[in-house]
Design a protein around this ligand. Structure first.
Ligand code: ADP
Length: 422
């Protein structure tokens, strides 16, 4: 049977009623036969062609009769569906991760038990409440206000002192969103233990290394010519160890830091210093160019920015064979400003690019060691840039060279100081 077929008598009956009503209305309106015909015609057109008519026609359709077997099947399916829905809801309620369903206006529609513990939400008080308001004063609230584009890592849990969470916001349904928060307190503590360990070991090594280095400097190889080569190697290695310890301490400091000093960093001076350092390191083996098309300054930590930006130039010198060229650029972009270092050196195969900023990651350990590297330089660069909300971009062609670019947002770029300010 065709369920959607209207009962055969309903449409003619409705038309008859419309005709009659139209005729009466037409007659009442003007008392003329032509007016009555016009209104009747209009009523028919409305009924047959317009959405109103469509709705009326739909209303006239008979409900599909359901036989008892269909009815039983329907009821069984509905019960199964309801039970599945209950199970799903119970499972979501018991998830160790906090789950909050929010609508288009970020009002809370539903949340599970973990959301009560981790985010401090309360039932039934917070159903329908604006999520941002309920999380006011926490990092999550700022993150939501700023659009929650990227996941929020290692934030303090608003509902539980000393707990740390990773939070992300996912699209759900047509206009809703799911906020997911995972308790990472355990991982955070392990990470803290690791950081403390590295910082403590580095700190403990610093003093003995300084002593060893000091004594090595006191020994004159001319007094013991047979040991001259050994002394020279020992000096080089103790210097290298000292540099590794210093880099590890710098990394430990950067890792625990959440913000940097907001000081004006005069770029013209910094660029000139970096160029001089590069020339000293290159000792005439490379052509070094500086191309600064803006005199804008940066806002941040002068010491950390110097360390990061000069690191890129020192890498360019160390990984470019003699005769190559290195170009340092500083330019404005529509989004802020970019500092970049291009070289015509060995280049980096694409498979290594994603891991270059990991600690001690090197493409060739011997080349890094021979050139005086510690394997920590790019890791420091990444941390310094993160603290300045800047991004590192690496482009490279093996055998042709590389470009390392630091993209600073407009908020970190300052117009040059006037003579009164400086
Ligand atoms: P390192 O002290 O070993 O130079 P970095 O963290 O500064 O440590 O760099 C990591 C690795 O990235 C280096 O060992 C090197 O293999 C590669 N690298 C960095 N800069 C360049 C460059 N400009 N050209 C080619 N390879 C580079």
């Amino acid at each position: 049977m065709n369920r959607s077929a209207p009962y055969p008598w309903k449409l003619p009956a409705a038309l008859a009623v419309a005709l009659l009503a139209g005729a009466v209305l037409g007659w009442l309106a003007g008392g003329h036969v032509t007016a009555a015909i016009a209104v009747v015609a209009l009523a028919e057109i409305v009924l047959l062609l317009t959405p109103f008519g469509h709705t009326a026609r739909l209303m006239m359709r008979a409900p599909a009769p359901i036989n008892p077997i269909q009815h039983d099947r329907f009821m069984t399916r509905s019960r199964r569906l309801a039970s599945n829905l209950r199970d799903l809801r119970n499972a979501a309620s018991q998830l160790p991760d906090a789950v909050v369903l929010i609508d288009q206006k970020q009002n809370i529609r539903w949340f599970n038990h973990s959301a009560e513990n981790l985010l401090g939400l309360q039932r039934p008080r917070d159903r329908g409440a604006p999520l941002q308001q309920r999380l006011a004063g926490s990092a999550l609230s700022d993150w939501l206000r700023e659009g929650a584009v990227e996941p929020l890592n290692d934030a303090a849990a608003p509902g539980q002192a000393n707990s740390h969470i990773n939070v992300s916001l996912l699209p759900f349904g047509e206009h809703e969103q799911l906020l997911l928060a995972r308790d990472i307190s355990h991982l955070s503590r392990l990470e803290q233990v690791r950081r403390d360990f590295v910082a403590n070991v580095s700190h403990e090594l610093r003093t003995p290394l300084t002593v060893i280095h000091g004594y090595l400097e006191l020994i004159d190889p001319e007094d013991v010519p047979e040991l001259a080569a050994v002394i020279s190697e020992m000096r080089a290695q103790s210097k290298r160890m000292g540099q590794i310890v210093e880099d590890l301490l710098t990394l430990s400091r950067l890792e625990t830091q959440h913000a940097v000093a907001d000081e004006r960093v005069p770029m013209s001076g910094l660029l000139a210093t970096i160029r001089k350092e590069a020339e000293a390191l290159s000792q005439g083996r490379h052509t070094i160019r500086l191309d600064a098309s803006t005199d804008a300054d940066l806002l941040g930590s002068a010491k950390d920015l110097h360390s990061a930006l000069s690191n890129l130039v020192s890498n360019a010198v160390r990984y470019t064979p003699a005769g190559g060229s290195i170009t340092i650029r500083w330019k404005r972009t529509p989004d802020g400003a970019v500092y970049s270092v291009s070289d015509t050196g060995f280049g980096i195969p694409a498979s290594h690019l994603a891991r270059l900023t990991e600690r001690f990651y090197r493409i060739s350990s011997s080349r890094s060691r021979d050139s005086g590297g510690t394997g920590l330089g790019l890791s420091i660069v990444k941390h310094v840039l993160n603290l300045h909300q800047a991004q590192l971009q690496i482009e490279s062609t093996p055998g042709a060279g590389s470009t390392f670019s630091c993209h600073f947002t407009a908020a970190r770029v300052l117009a040059p100081a006037t003579s009164d300010e400086s």
